[in-house]
Design a protein around this ligand. Sequence first.
Ligand code: SF4
Length: 208
Amino acid sequence: MEVIKLSEYDRRHLETQKIALKCYDSITESERLFLYWLSIPYLMFRQKLDRFTKRFFALYCQEQCFVTGRSACCGFESIMVFFADEIINLLWGDRSQGVNLINRLAQGNKTSSHCVFLGNGGCLWGVRPISCAMFFCDEAKKQIFAKYPNAEIEWNELLKEEKNFTWPDKPILFDVIERFFIRKGFYSPHMHFHFSPGLRRIKEKSGI
Ligand code: SF4
């Protein structure tokens, strides 16, 4: 059997996806419901973001990037993933979401010049990481905002709203999800809200 040598990047994502799946498998049904309930406002935010994306960017991005195979925003070994992204993907899908990503990572990404998670039909995540969902390239924003001035106003509102879940100058969902699993004895290198010096400093300054 061929032994696949993974890049450091793929190996790290494989490790963190496996940890997230282990975490998900460790929770009881009432804990799963609790986490699901806790993340409902985020679900609503993501639905709003999806509607915005569909309304203003989907066609432009499809024509400029996806159809042409350029997919510039899904670049090679470039995504930023939080532990909470991985847990939310499992919570709102099921464990097969995690298994699919693990299987993909285990194959490595030797032949593609794009993100390891980009399949023929688009992203393999059920709920894409927040850093991906919030990313539109400068050219796309320039074109769309020039055509639809309201889109820029809505976008600025969405940027503010996103911070309610991911900017730790107050209690936020992404930090709470990490703490929940740390208390159960888990550790993941993607628990940036607990182990990244920059994010820890923001928390310390805000006294949370
Ligand atoms: S995770 Fe999905 S959306 Fe994000 S860069 Fe990879 S393929 Fe694109």
